[in-house]
Design a protein around this ligand. Structure first.
Ligand code: ATP
Ligand code: MG
Length: 256
């Protein structure tokens, strides 16, 4: 299934070229490449331990690559100073695996947190309350504003974490296993929410997932990370029909 929407292939919002990262003799990334176009959902699949998290950590600056270039909206992030990097980072929303809400803060305080960290992004007259409510509305959880994370279900936590990421109105969303740990129905709701957000805000998304159903529904294109490389790139329909056993393994018993 392809999503019926505009993808601007002239406009590359994120580009990784020839990325290498090793830990001693463990050569995790071995010349990995990726292009994310404006408005698309790009799914990355790879076996456990193949380097997906290492790649995303290099992307958000939590880890330094050995070599290669990473450009975000035409800026080579390895060449930016700290303040330029911070500004650019606010354009990238990162949904951590496991939601990572602050347990001692209410939902409202969790959402206010990124606003306080990126004050430059909003003028001082911006009404924090209305930004929080807008973000909660976009995930359908306005009534949860005064709850503590311990009072939320797993699916609700995921939605609140998405709202906290959305509040900065990022141009690029990175999702690390957005549906893991959720039952199939809640997983579908989260996928639907990701699609709604994409349409409403026109974001481009990079989605790491093991969930073949999620990949089928949400991806415009997919990249399989195998042997440290972008082994193959294509649509779900193309890759799920592939004859290569390494590619077939990802879709085994799953195509319908
Ligand atoms: N800080 C680190 N120090 C040493 N080795 C690391 C470090 N971080 C990751 N690795 C190694 O890099 C490899 C890739 O790990 P990574 O976490 O990227 O896998 P992954 O594809 O995200 O797997 P999963 O699907 O299980 O999340 C693994 O062999 C791991 O042991
Ligand atoms: Mg990982």
């Amino acid at each position: 299934m392809t999503n019926n929407k505009d993808i601007n292939k002239q406009n590359i919002v994120l580009e990784i070229k020839d990325l290498h990262k090793s830990f001693g003799n463990n050569h995790v990334l071995n010349g990995f490449n990726l292009k994310l176009y404006q408005g698309e959902n790009l799914v990355i699949m790879g076996k456990s331990g193949s380097g997906k998290s290492v790649m995303i950590k290099c992307l958000v600056g939590l880890m330094e690559a050995d070599s290669g270039t990473i450009s975000v909206m035409q800026n080579d992030i390895t060449k930016l100073n700290q303040s330029a990097l911070d500004t650019l980072r606010a354009d990238i929303g990162f949904l951590f695996q496991g939601s990572a809400l602050y347990d001692s803060m209410t939902v409202r305080e969790n959402l206010e947190f990124p606003l306080r960290r990126h004050t430059k992004r909003f003028d001082s007259t911006a009404n924090t309350e209305s930004l929080v409510i807008e973000a909660l509305d976009s995930v359908g959880l306005r009534d949860a504003i005064d709850l503590m994370p311990s009072e939320l279900s797993g699916g609700m936590k995921k939605r609140i974490a998405i709202a906290r990421t959305l509040i900065l109105k990022p141009k690029i969303m990175l999702y690390d296993e957005p549906t893991s740990g959720l039952d199939p129905i809640t997983a579908k709701e989260i996928i639907l929410l990701m699609q709604t957000i994409q349409k409403k805000y026109g974001t481009s998304s990079l989605i790491i997932t093991h969930d073949v159903d999620c990949a089928r529904v949400i991806s415009d294109r997919m990249v399989l990370l195998i042997d440290g490389k972008d082994y193959v790139v294509g649509t779900f329909a193309e890759l799920s029909k592939h004859k290569d056993p390494k590619i077939k393994a990802f879709f085994k018993n799953k195509t319908s």
